[in-house]
Design a protein. Structure first.
Length: 487
């Protein structure tokens, strides 16, 4: 048999080719690995599981049950808790509320009723202090706390802050308590994984997960809105429970949901809550700083008018006489750009920054006046949240989506009007409502409805109910009269 002289040569060439291919692929992979950022190659897109985290924090999460007495439960109770469909009950031929209260409950005498509610909370120290939401325990006659190990305790109210919907309660004589560690909510980024733990619908120790959907959300619930938005499932009963990062640290307090919304929940950032909780623990209440100015955010027109390059700052629309800003020399049309060296970019940010400053502290406020920068020293006063404005009961106008109250000298001044002004003040505007879409703003003073003067809440409500189209003549601070039409 004749040997092929090229067989050995061909085999050698093939071996070299394969070796080169393998070496080349290895080099290519090595180059790709070197070119890929280290954090990108090690990023954990989806946690393997949440079991260890859930087990780590479960003993620090509690279930809260409250009992509230609803006084004078006659017509008021029936209005809110009776059959909302009247005599036409879509769930049956019979009005079950009549069965429950008796056949003559509509004409019967006023009665008191006990209302039970559920919520969540978490332990912050081994002495039994528990953080929850104000709306969970507000006006409660009895507060009961159930731990993860099934032990139950009566809780006492230490303090609450309705403005941020935070409350602090305490259980006594409880041993072996596990306190949760507080994290840094400022370190959260949109897209970070978070876990919510609580008792939705009374289902204790429910764990849900999701990501941070947004930060700094304002829901129109108050001047201190600064919510973390998450798609971790939050439902009624989750209120007051912790929102945790992947280290098991509390980064938020689950607080709110949007009615009929899915995959949207909101939590109070723990960094904002810590200072409030400390005040509640020390004093049972919260004091906030007060500058004494009416402010507004910068519109594109104002940015152009003032020639502001970096578009930061808050415009001073009004200075209240005798308040800290007035005493320090701050004037209307000044542009506040910094407080104690911290940049200010929105009115909400300025309100929160001033509120967090200790009452009586000398604070530096940097502003622009006529294009020139000035730095003034201001002695912060106490904000009067418990004053006439907060104490005066406001009315709801569900048809328009606004909360209204009759103007008094105190409330008119607080919203930037003359103390002698008469009319109906818009205390707040519901986001997405007809009023909001039409352009009504908080602080507007309604003078006329459909060309008829109004000076009281009943007058306004009566005029609004008369027609399908409403024209409001409102007086707006620093803007004059504005006509707003709502269909």
């Amino acid at each position: 048999m004749k040997k092929n002289p090229f067989s050995k040569l061909s085999l050698g060439i093939m071996i070299l080719a394969i070796t080169g291919l393998i070496w080349g692929c290895g080099l290519e992979n090595e180059l790709e690995a070197k070119s890929m950022p280290e954090n990108e190659s090690t990023t954990m897109m989806i946690p393997a599981n949440f079991s260890d985290l859930a087990q780590k924090v479960r003993d620090g999460v509690v279930n809260i049950r409250t009992v509230k007495t609803i006084k004078d439960g006659g017509p008021v109770f029936r209005h809110f808790f009776g059959n909302p469909f009247g005599q036409k009950n879509p769930f049956g031929d019979q009005d079950r509320s009549r069965d429950f209260f008796g056949p003559h409950h509509e004409e019967g005498p006023s009665r008191d009723f006990k209302k039970q509610s559920l919520g969540s909370g978490f332990i912050i120290d081994k002495t039994g202090h528990i953080v929850t939401n104000n709306h969970v325990i507000e006006n409660a006659d009895q507060i009961k706390v159930k731990l993860a190990d099934e032990r139950e305790f009566e809780a006492e109210l230490v303090g609450r802050d309705p403005n941020t919907d935070l409350a602090l309660i305490r259980i006594k004589d409880a041993s072996d308590l596990v306190a949760l560690k507080l994290g840094d909510s400022d370190a959260l980024s949109v897209g970070n994984w978070v876990v919510a733990v609580g008792s939705p619908f009374g289902l204790e120790q429910t764990v849900t997960s999701g990501i941070v959907s947004a930060k700094g959300r304002a829901l129109g619930s108050g001047p201190y809105d600064d919510f973390i938005q998450t798609d971790a499932s939050i439902n009624p009963g989750n209120s007051g429970g912790p929102l945790l990062n992947m280290n098991g640290e509390v980064v938020g307090i689950n607080t709110a949901i949007i009615a009929n919304g899915q995959g949207i929940g909101f939590a109070i950032p723990v960094n904002m809550a810590q200072g409030i909780v400390k005040q509640l623990q020390a004093n049972g209440s919260v004091t906030r700083g007060w500058l004494g100015v009416g402010i507004q955010d910068l519109s594109p027109e104002l940015v152009e008018y003032y020639g502001i390059k970096d578009k930061k700052g808050v415009l001073v629309a009004q200075v209240f006489e005798g308040d800290p800003a007035d005493n320090a020399g701050i004037k209307a049309n000044d542009l506040i750009v910094e407080v104690d060296g911290k940049s200010i970019r929105s009115s909400r940010e300025l309100t929160k920054t001033i509120a967090d400053i200790e009452v009586g502290k000398e604070t530096t406020v940097t502003l622009l006046r006529d294009g020139k920068q000035k730095t003034l020293s201001v002695k912060i006063a106490k904000r009067g949240d418990s004053g006439p404005l907060a104490q005066r009961k406001s009315e709801d106008s569900e048809k328009l989506g606004i909360r209204i109250a009759e103007a008094t000298p105190e409330t008119a001044k607080r919203f930037g009007h003359s103390e002698t002004e008469k009319g109906v003040l818009v205390v707040s505007v519901e986001p997405g409502s007809k009023a909001a879409e039409a352009g009504i703003r908080q602080g507007d003073l309604v003078k006329e409805v459909n060309r008829k003067p109004v000076t009281s809440v009943p007058e306004l409500r009566s005029e609004v109910e008369k027609g399908k189209e409403v024209q409001l003549l409102v007086k707006r601070p620093n803007a004059g009269f504005v006509v707003i039409k709502i269909s």
